[in-house]
Design a protein around this ligand. Sequence first.
Ligand SMILES: NC(=O)c1ccc[n+]([C@@H]2O[C@H](COP(=O)([O-])OP(=O)(O)OC[C@H]3O[C@@H](n4cnc5c(N)ncnc54)[C@H](O)[C@@H]3O)[C@@H](O)[C@H]2O)c1
Length: 283
Amino acid sequence: MSYTELFKDKVAVITGAGSGMGRELARQLAGAGCHLALSDINMDGLQETVALLPSSGSLNVTMHCLDVADREAVTQYAGQVIADHTKVDLLFNNAGIAGRPLDMADYDYGDYERVLNVNLWGVIHCTHAFLPHLLASPGSHLVNISSVFGLVAPPKNGSYVTSKFAVRGYTEALRTELKARNISVSCVHPGMIATNIAASANAPADVVAKFAQSGLSAEKAAAVILKGVARRKARILVAGHTYFIDWLQRLLPAGYRALMLPLLGVNKTSISNQTGPAAGQSR
Ligand SMILES: NC(=O)c1ccc[n+]([C@@H]2O[C@H](COP(=O)([O-])OP(=O)(O)OC[C@H]3O[C@@H](n4cnc5c(N)ncnc54)[C@H](O)[C@@H]3O)[C@@H](O)[C@H]2O)c1
């Protein structure tokens, strides 16, 4: 059986499905015969995603405008998904945003709240709302999208790094508890992927261009994620450089920065006034 056959007739919930990796996950899961509950805060993007799905009259595809930071809306949405689809086999907590590329000393509370409300609280809201339904569906699977910046902490990404390390911790805690209840839990750590994340955060033009030119395609990233999900992998690393960075931080958990910063194009002595290529990168 090919791995995509494992998704046939399952029901997948995907947040942030109106762009990037969420859109590609939707496309590839639909191609594998998986029913879809798609949501995004951007309804235009979501409609584009649905228009791009391979046509199959037999698939049940629903779409909803949803802000994952809105706890009440997420709770209501989970009830709506069950009304529309009767069950949930897969939950992809994918919606996310980048932070402002500033030194942490220059952040205000609003910077943290904006990023943590979506990247961390969004993941918690959706997991909490859908967990009873995952528990009711034997062999179900929860997939949380962290980042390579949930493994290492480069400068000028403090709010994003904080959110993605927290997603990793939250996901690992869930995995520990849910293993005994036959629910698989995966934490995904993508490196640089060519999506709209940098442009949506109004990152500098050179950073946006770098994502477009050097990032792994969202299509390839989604394929790696689904392969990892099919194998029920606990950690799914996406893009080649992520393996190197993961290896580096495991080898030198306290000392990886000295080696990592030059790789990211950051001069250690100029971190506080850095305007180089790492500024504004959020992964
Ligand atoms: N692109 C990268 O290099 C990269 C690297 C590591 C991790 N990630 C993570 O991957 C995930 C997907 O991002 P992407 O790169 O495909 O970006 P993207 O910007 O292309 O897609 C993100 C989607 O999330 C939606 N969204 C934003 N805020 C939302 C909210 N409050 N509620 C619901 N939906 C919301 C956006 O409208 C968008 O459609 C994110 O969690 C991101 O942090 C991305």
